[in-house]
Design a protein around this ligand. Sequence first.
Ligand code: PRP
Length: 210
Amino acid sequence: MINIALPKGRLGRQVYDILAAAGYECPEILDSRSRKLVFENEEAGVRYFSVKPTDVGIYVERGTADIGIAGKDILLEYQPDVYELLDLNIGKCRMCISGFPDFYDDHERVLKVATKFPHIARAYYEEMGRDIDIIKLHGSIELAPILKMADVICDIVETGTTLKENNLVVLDTVVDISARLIANKVGWQFKNEQILKIRDALISGRDAEL
Ligand code: PRP
């Protein structure tokens, strides 16, 4: 049995659709009213766990899941000790530094940066030798500069709509993001054949989308 940590939401659904088409289906997953978190197809040898996107790396690092689907943002932020097997080329977005269009970086002052991704933000500014004060938030990051709590934000930009509607702009791109297939290091050795089969199914599904 291969245990798969599937992120809740659109990305998880997209990946599930590819796997279902390759024979790893668990139709119960599609029932939006269901509150179930574990879905199993014994015949196909798969068990899916529906997990919070930020937790995928934890399940895979601990071996509770053999493989999982995680955004590169989550991998960079939490640095789980896992193998990254594949870039799925979906869930694409950018990690950006954003602020008001007239933002001026006054180096005499410590820069206040609001973010859900303190590790990524710190690494970005450390490389520049810039002193920052991280304000860790859990959502609605764009509010921080509007309310003058922060000078800039370090956050995901997908369509750019949230920034635009709040009169903010991208000041710099930190890194491009997409979804990755990750594997537990021990599971990769002991369940290698089954994991490779699933990886191949995901490669075919990804390439069919291109
Ligand atoms: C994310 C991100 C941005 C927004 C970017 O927030 O933090 O706020 O999406 O998307 P866009 O460029 O397409 O507008 P999310 O929707 O996850 O909500 P949150 O504010 O609660 O984190």
